[in-house]
Design a protein. Structure first.
Length: 125
């Protein structure tokens, strides 16, 4: 089977079932609202928000949507994500449950602050 190649987040979302599309669009809107200065791209064949480096990725799977806020984004919220399947840099949100958008907002805002701080530190060098 040939691997799917995506050229935009819109294209990525359109290729999923309607109920998943709705969740992906909602997730995208929340990320955009928390990181309006970030640009969208496809990286590793996943929707990605970029701000002085990769900010967060997300992807749809058979039973869940994963948010990839990098290892620092999962570590900083380990108590809040404890009830979800998670690993070093990813959190799985089951499709049969509402997505915790307040938690997503906190994580994205954390990552924005982190990336802006890193960019500022680079400038000073």
């Amino acid at each position: 089977m040939e691997k799917q190649t995506y050229h935009s987040i819109d294209e990525y979302i359109e290729l999923h079932p309607a109920d998943v599309q709705k969740k992906l669009q909602e997730l995208r809107a929340v990320i955009q609202s928390c990181a309006p200065q970030a640009t969208e791209k496809i990286s590793y064949q996943m929707p990605t928000f970029y701000l002085n480096g990769n900010l967060v990725y997300f992807a749809a799977f058979k039973d869940h949507i994963s948010l990839f806020p990098t290892p620092s984004g999962t570590e900083a919220f380990k108590k809040e994500i404890a009830s979800y399947i998670h690993a070093k840099g990813t959190i799985q949100f089951p499709l049969d449950r509402p997505m915790p958008m307040d938690l997503v907002r906190k994580i994205v805002k954390f990552r924005v602050a982190e990336n802006l701080k890193k960019a500022e530190a680079k400038k000073k060098k």
